[in-house]
Design a protein around this ligand. Structure first.
Ligand code: SF4
Length: 233
């Protein structure tokens, strides 16, 4: 009988040992990645990005499971993942002409007294001056961007289908930006994410200088943003 033969038994033992070794190796790698990710987020510096990128995306699920097992908040991990995706996409994004780029802003950045109207192209800022969004939008339009204030979740997909941008900047809370970057990955569009400084549904804030810095990637200095000195809100 084949199943009783020494060859079969030895093969099974070898397979079992190999499986244990692979599992131990993957768990050890996931733990190392977790430590590097947390240190990177805390220090605001991306360590070993070349090594981290392929391993992190391969083992992202396992790293999250370890976080949950130890009761750690996986928000830091999501922030780290956004930083990684940004750094991976930066070069491709820089190569996209500005007229083929789009930026999606969350409606929560507006003033609570915003008079803007909802249109089929999103919320249309009137530049009333009640919040800094209007001034930033003016600058982004001057640079050549297609700018949208997003009224709802299906809007981005609709506009991407309609205008087919080749590079996208998404501004939003951590989870929105992560979802947006994942969507860009699925669509094969280089996406860059900027996370708002405050989560919430009303009058959140973002570092506009960071947004404009990302927006000017790959553009000639003359087409970059004017020195706006916008406050971070
Ligand atoms: S500047 Fe634009 S977004 Fe801000 S409150 Fe006025 S209309 Fe709304």
């Amino acid at each position: 009988m084949l199943f009783d033969s020494p060859l079969w038994n030895n093969t099974m033992i070898l397979l079992g040992e190999a499986t244990v070794l692979v599992v131990v190796f993957l768990v050890a790698m996931a733990l190392i990645l977790l430590v590097i990710a947390l240190v990177s987020v805390r220090n605001g510096h991306l360590y070993l990005p070349r090594i981290m990128k392929p391993w992190f995306f391969l083992l992202e699920g396992l790293v999250k499971a370890i976080c949950r097992f130890f009761g750690l908040d996986d928000r830091d991990l999501i922030s780290f993942s956004i930083k990684l995706q940004n750094s991976m996409n930066k070069k491709s994004f820089e190569g996209v002409p500005v007229e083929k780029r789009a930026i999606f802003l969350p409606q929560c950045l507006r003033s609570a007294r915003c008079p803007a109207n909802l249109t089929p192209e999103g919320i249309w800022c009137q530049g009333c001056g009640l919040c800094t969004t209007g001034e930033a939008i003016r600058e982004l339009l001057r640079m050549g961007y297609r700018v949208f204030i997003v009224p709802g979740s299906s809007f981005i997909k609709r506009m991407v289908k309609k205008y087919r941008p080749e590079g996208i900047i998404g501004v939003g809370c951590t989870l929105e930006v992560k979802e947006g970057l994942d969507l860009c990955d699925q669509l094969g569009i280089p996406g860059m994410g900027v996370v708002t400084l405050k989560d919430g549904c009303v009058e959140t804030c973002v570092n506009w200088n960071e947004v404009l810095e990302v927006a000017s990637l790959g553009l000639a200095p003359s087409s970059g943003p004017d020195d706006l000195h916008l406050p971070s809100e």
